[in-house]
Design a protein around this ligand. Structure first.
Ligand SMILES: C[S@@+](CC[C@H](N)C(=O)[O-])C[C@H]1O[C@@H](n2cnc3c(N)ncnc32)[C@H](O)[C@@H]1O
Length: 253
């Protein structure tokens, strides 16, 4: 049972636990014939769901999400917000985060200081190819295309809205040495690139390492912002003094 649960995305596990908590609290309230205010009922469900998530060893943020999930629904319901607004908000979130619930790699952006640290790893006297795996809104690509114009930059992004943004940014900015592709990094051939950059999450790092190791050419660079590869210490790391205290982990293949 536990192994079957572990194979599901955390969001689905959280939803199942929330539903379990709801049923348990509902049955208890009915059998004890309790009269609870809706907010108390919602908080009890949240509390039980948080405990279940904690026992299922879900990440810490799920504990808080579980606790406030039903009370937040209740609050939103009481505010009488038109359903169209929820639909619009949902569609915007969908195009920005796309399948992040499955990939567990949401959109957040690397800092200017990370871009500057990346610059120090790029060749200055010959042309080279660079790919940003999960290129978000194209900030890494367009910045490096300006500072290191000898490079050819390619970004691949899964989520439609960030991809469209980066595509426009490249077209409107006239970046001739940049391209943006809407697609999955798992379909990219990494042997085409001298530098492969990724800023993802802990979840895909092991799989990505195997892909990089089997496809990248000897001497090329694999750079990960913040997330390490389990059991494969980097050849070099650069600490960046930004808001998140980011670190660039660098492997020469
Ligand atoms: C943390 S953001 C990094 C954005 C950008 N590279 C930066 O450093 O600012 C990670 C991005 O990877 C994208 N992503 C996640 N899985 C992906 C996949 N399999 N293929 C392509 N992009 C993916 C997400 O949609 C998200 O925009």
């Amino acid at each position: 049972m536990r192994t079957a649960l572990k194979r599901l995305p955390p969001s689905i596990i959280a939803l199942l636990l929330q539903a379990t908590a709801f049923v348990v609290v509902m049955l208890t309230v009915r059998s004890l014939q309790l009269q609870l205010a809706p907010i108390v009922f919602a908080l009890l469900c949240g509390l039980l769901a948080s405990i279940l998530s904690h026992s299922a060893k879900q990440a810490r943020w799920w504990i808080y999400i579980q606790l406030f999930f039903l009370p937040a629904i209740l609050l939103a319901y009481s505010l009488d917000i038109p359903p169209t607004l929820f639909l619009i908000a949902f569609l915007i979130m969908l195009t920005v985060y796309w399948s992040a619930f499955r990939t567990q790699v949401p959109l957040y952006l690397s800092s200017n200081k990370v871009w500057q640290a990346l610059e120090t790893q790029l060749p200055t006297n010959h042309s080279f190819t660079f790919i940003d795996l999960g290129s978000g809104i194209g900030g890494v690509l367009t910045h490096l295309a300006k500072t290191h114009p000898m490079g050819h930059y390619h970004g691949v992004e899964y989520a439609p809205l960030p991809h469209a943004w980066s595509w426009l940014r490249i077209k409107l900015g006239g970046y001739k040495n940049c391209t943006a592709q809407w697609g999955s990094m798992w379909d990219c051939d990494l042997s085409q690139y001298d530098v492969v950059f990724a800023y993802l999450s802990p979840v895909p790092m092991e799989r990505l390492w195997h892909k990089a190791y089997s496809e990248m050419r000897p001497g090329s660079l694999f750079i990960s912002n913040t997330f390490v590869v389990p059991d494969h210490p980097p050849h070099m790391s650069i600490s960046v003094d930004d808001l998140h205290q980011s670190t660039l982990f660098i492997w020469r293949m």
